[in-house]
Design a protein around this ligand. Structure first.
Ligand SMILES: C[S@@+](CC[C@H](N)C(=O)[O-])C[C@H]1O[C@@H](n2cnc3c(N)ncnc32)[C@H](O)[C@@H]1O
Length: 428
């Protein structure tokens, strides 16, 4: 397929996402099924155009004065892939599958300037969420929002139970894998440009052997910030598929005990296979709240990696940025309060409650932590920055709030957005 056919494919997928408000991964999969002649390079190029378009949908539409899928797809090539209008016209000439050049939109793009656009358009975020970004990041909010519209790297975590980071990097040499900047076991594969494809690392034999996991560096950093000691008893109360459970198990070198629980059994199920592959021996998995009874008032650390809007992961899931509603935010807020209140019962006196989200919205972050300590006077917030500075001396620093909670972002730590806060239970 030449560029024209790929562009046409991306336009079809973008139209499908718009018309049926469906997740991007589903729309791309369906397109692939109904276009079996397209090779894997074509599919990934089309995927890149679609994801890039969704990341910067508002600013593309504003600059092109056109929000059609055609305008968005062309804007990707011109604004994100570095093609000039002339080079693009040359590439498409004589390609019978190429869509027509949107002449009016191209003319608009050549005269309009992003600095003249409304602020939320410059930041490529929904207007209703702008006040939350301003509250979170002050004058830096547009830069923070723009960084959430960039392509993310592919991050891996070397599993120190099986292989040290150097050994994993050597095994993945062809992928261009490098040590990541902050997390101690982190490995980074740069995002690549244009139509370039990220390697399918989960097809590697070394992955099957458990040498590494795919995990954003931000998720690795917050796992390290939990700062477990070898013999600790930890409850991972929202364990999901086990990303943080696995990281903690490796940090604890298979010592102590981690109890992994999730209210949703389906989400928890993949953890069994992952634990086996990773060689963990210090994790017990629970899928019924009754199974946690014996842990009440008994855990050194309880982790609440709470359900959230996922605004910190917009680079990877840009379609969710446009689907997020005030109502779904409200739902998440109430789930977070429930999870925190239920989880807290398992913290021993003198123990620690850790609250994490992959969101950057203050309502889900600082406000929840503060509301929790206000309602639970036996808990108090503890600054997390000193731990960060001890663990990652000299590394780029995240945002640190008044009460000492941390917010990692693509613009500060080069990771997904994550919120991390620690509350200690007073010793009785
Ligand atoms: C952000 S995800 C967890 C991701 C996981 N910790 C990881 O690192 O891969 C949040 C999880 O919280 C679970 N959850 C939501 N409400 C809960 C509750 N009240 N109690 C326990 N788990 C809950 C959801 O099922 C979901 O799997």
């Amino acid at each position: 397929m030449r560029l024209g056919g790929r562009l046409a494919g991306a336009i079809e997928v973008l139209a499908d996402i718009e018309a049926r408000r469906r997740p991007v991964a589903d729309a791309l999969k369906d397109w692939g099924l109904s276009h079996r002649f397209a090779g894997s390079g074509d599919r990934s190029a089309i995927g890149n155009i679609v994801y890039d378009a969704l990341r910067m949908k508002l600013s593309h539409a504003w600059l092109m004065e056109d929000e059609s899928p055609e305008a968005l797809a062309f804007a990707v090539l011109l604004r994100q892939w570095g093609l000039t209008a002339e080079a693009l016209a040359g590439e498409l000439e004589g390609d019978r599958f190429a869509p027509a050049l949107p002449q009016a939109a191209l003319a608009a793009l050549s005269t309009r300037r992003l600095e003249d656009a409304p602020a939320h358009v410059q930041g490529d975020i929904p207007l209703w969420i702008q006040p939350a970004f301003e509250a979170a990041f002050g004058d830096a909010w547009i830069r923070e929002a723009q960084a959430l519209a960039e392509r993310p790297s592919l991050d891996l975590r070397a599993n120190r139970l099986k292989a040290p980071r150097d050994k994993v990097i050597a095994a993945l040499e062809e992928t261009g894998a490098k040590p990541s900047a902050i997390a101690h076991d982190g490995i980074r594969i740069a995002p690549g440009e244009g139509a370039s494809r990220l390697p399918n690392v989960t097809a590697e034999l070394t992955f099957a052997k458990g040498w590494f996991e795919v995990q954003d560096e931000g998720s690795q950093i917050v796992s390290e910030l939990v700062d477990p000691r070898d013999g600790d008893q930890i409850l991972d109360y929202c364990a999901g598929g086990g990303g943080k459970t696995l990281a903690l198990s490796a940090l604890m070198r298979n010592k102590g005990q981690i109890h992994a629980f999730d209210a949703d059994r389906k989400r928890l199920a993949p953890i069994i296979e992952r634990l086996k592959r990773a060689g963990t021996r210090n994790v017990q998995v629970h899928d019924r709240p009754q199974q946690l009874k014996a842990l009440e008032d008994g855990c050194d650390i309880v982790l609440v990696d709470a359900p959230c809007t996922g605004t910190g992961t917009w680079r990877r899931r840009p379609d969710t940025k446009w689907r997020l509603t005030e109502r779904s935010l409200e739902e998440r807020l109430s789930q977070q309060q429930d999870a925190l209140a239920n989880a807290a019962r398992h913290v021993r006196p003198g123990g620690t409650l850790v609250y994490i989200t992959c969101s950057v919205l203050p309502a889900e972050n600082e406000a929840q932590a503060q509301a929790f300590v206000a309602a639970h006077p036996d808990f108090e917030q503890k600054p997390a920055l000193p731990v960060y500075q001890r663990l990652f001396a000299g590394a780029p620093e995240p945002w640190a709030g008044e009460k000492g909670a941390l917010t990692l972002t693509p613009a500060t730590t080069g990771t997904d957005g994550f919120f991390f806060s620690v509350m200690t239970r007073k010793a009785s």
